[in-house]
Design a protein around this ligand. Structure first.
Ligand code: FE
Length: 195
């Protein structure tokens, strides 16, 4: 299933669900539109970058983020949005371990924190290959990891979304939190790049 096909399918399902909810008087159309707009307009990799920078400067926040990502990002006013609650699991890169996220079934992704997903994330090639040969796939992204770095691939589901907490680069001790956030890219939050 391609991303475009999957998106169209989801759109139709959402539309059908909206109609059903409205027919049964459960949700007013305008209220639902408002909630969806608010969710989509707030979806950006700048959110994930802000979460990352906070974790880099605040060890207590970092600990809470790794223990319960959903609750920790809510502290910054970021919820997963949507009708169905999603659990956010944040996985931390270290000197010895590297994390990368995928959805092998379709294209699940923490949209609120990372913005709309790139087309390669939804591609059959990425979804199948990153699980089998993560090191080779990461090298194609230009990310060459030391041979003793352990790579973990996290497979998203409808209920659980993952975000990578990248390593803070050396020599950034004097940077402010917004300056740190500006260093963080979407691919670093997916795990296909480093900061
Ligand atoms: Fe999916």
């Amino acid at each position: 299933m391609t991303g475009t096909h999957s998106d169209a399918l989801i759109s139709r399902r959402v539309r059908r669900l909206e109609t059903l909810l409205e027919e049964r008087g459960l949700v007013a159309g305008a209220a639902l539109d408002e909630a969806l707009d608010a969710f989509l307009s707030g979806a950006s990799p700048a959110n994930g970058a802000r979460v990352t920078a906070r974790a880099w400067v605040d060890a207590d926040f970092r600990a809470r983020l790794l223990a319960d990502g959903t609750a920790a990002v809510a502290e910054l006013g970021l919820s997963s949005g949507g009708v169905q609650p999603q659990r956010l699991h944040v996985v931390e890169n270290t000197e010895r371990t590297h994390n990368v996220i995928v959805c092998t079934l379709c294209s699940c992704y923490p949209i609120r924190l990372l913005g709309p997903s790139p087309s390669w994330y939804k591609s059959e090639a990425y979804r199948s290959r990153v699980v089998r040969e993560p090191r080779a796939v990461l090298e194609e992204f230009g990310l060459r990891l030391p041979s003793d770095t352990e790579i973990t691939v996290w497979d998203s589901t409808a209920e659980t979304r993952y975000m990578v907490l990248p390593r803070r680069p050396a020599g950034t001790e004097s940077l402010t939190e917004p300056e740190l956030a500006a260093l963080v890219t979407r691919n670093a939050l997916i795990g296909t790049a480093a900061v």
